[in-house]
Design a protein around this ligand. Structure first.
Ligand SMILES: [Fe+2]
Ligand SMILES: [Fe+2]
Length: 355
């Protein structure tokens, strides 16, 4: 497998030789995407350090975590712990695919450092809940780590779409777990699970997931703007085949999936309504069904020098809306660069796609 940005360039090579006048070349688009990723990554790190610099051991009052949660809530916490156990694989595998992009790879390392805290946080939740013995947790960890997670897609473009959906799904999971801990779930099975310490932990981690979702969404939008057809196709592929990471590796994942679905924490309904539909709306894509049908139709249209295919795709996307948001992102980067002084040396400047 080609694990560099070449993979993306090869994917989009279909229209390389036939860039109509007025449109940017692929080299120029790739350069703009990369500049925006670097700018966004710098902005992100500053923000992360200033507002989300929590510690998984000392920020949370673990000594006061309840030790009498319901079995269902404990099953949910164990599932969260299990999914976040594969952080080394999440980092390693995707890093190989995006390593040629400074912006994406450096962000990915930062992202990994935040996910590493999530793994620590859920391990602490398990330990302090005392539902299982520390020895049980050690053995469980060992059995989880005996399997290795593999990338669902080996292209940078598909992976950014995947991470948009996956981060939003994770955020929804943690937000809903937080509602249980706040006594707001509405499910009688959890009526004795109010726990301010767990509510605090869930909130901290959900805020991180929201930040991740936002970063990946801005990145996905850059591809949607500069490579609309390829990006929409990738998004459709990802939606069609999406599965939460590590589901097939975790021994008792089915039980966890059943409990989170029944508890309205995260099931098929939440996935479509609160994850996919929300992500598509944020990306100005015209909806799930329209996207699927549009891509099916689009794939039947012969690529007449790229142009026909590109016009067919614009029905599926509020392209002006996308452009406004991309311009806004460049504006945010510009402001940040002025703050530091990058603007005087090497400013990041928005260039319209020409579509
Ligand atoms: Fe996480
Ligand atoms: Fe995350």
């Amino acid at each position: 497998m080609d694990t560099s940005n070449r993979a993306l360039i090869t994917e989009i090579d279909g229209i390389r030789s036939s860039t109509p006048p007025g449109l940017l070349s692929n080299e120029e688009k790739d350069r703009l995407i990369e500049r925006a990723f670097v700018g966004l990554y710098r902005w992100y790190v500053s923000r992360s350090q200033a507002t989300r610099n929590w510690n998984p051991n000392t920020t949370i009052d673990w000594k006061n975590l309840r030790t009498d949660h319901s079995e269902k809530l404990n099953t949910i916490l164990e599932g969260f712990f299990a999914v976040e156990q594969y952080v080394p694989d999440y980092v390693l595998t995707l890093l190989k695919v995006v390593r040629k992009s400074y912006g994406r790879s450096h962000f990915h390392i930062r992202w990994g450092s935040e996910e590493e805290k999530h793994s620590d946080l859920w391990e602490n939740a398990l330990l302090f809940s005392q539902f299982r013995t520390p020895e049980w947790i050690e053995n469980y960890k060992e059995s989880l780590r005996s399997n290795q997670w593999e990338l669902p897609w080996d292209s940078p473009l598909h992976m950014i779409m995947y991470t948009v959906i996956q981060e939003r799904a994770t955020q929804v999971n943690y937000l809903n777990a937080g509602l249980i801990a706040q006594g707001k779930s509405g499910d009688p099975d959890f009526q004795n699970d109010i726990d301010p310490v767990l509510a605090h932990a869930s909130q901290l981690i959900a805020i991180d997931e929201a930040a991740h979702y936002n970063f990946f969404m801005e990145g996905a939008r850059l591809y949607l703007y500069y490579y609309p057809a390829q990006a929409l196709e990738a998004m459709q592929d990802v939606i069609q085949f999406f599965a939460m990471p590590a589901g097939s590796l975790i021994p008792d994942y089915d039980k966890f999936a059943e409990v989170v679905a029944a508890a309205s924490v995260y099931g098929p309904r939440e996935h479509l309504r609160d994850v996919v539909d929300v992500a598509l709306k944020n990306l100005n894509i015209e909806g799930r069904k329209k996207l699927r049908k549009g891509i099916e139709k689009y794939r039947q249209v012969p690529d007449m020098g790229g142009n026909l295919r590109d016009t067919a795709i614009f029905d599926l996307l509020d392209y002006d809306g996308v452009e406004k948001k991309v311009e806004k992102l460049f504006g945010r980067i510009e402001k940040y660069e002025q703050q530091v002084g990058f603007d005087k040396i090497f400013p990041t400047v928005f260039v319209p796609s020409g579509y």
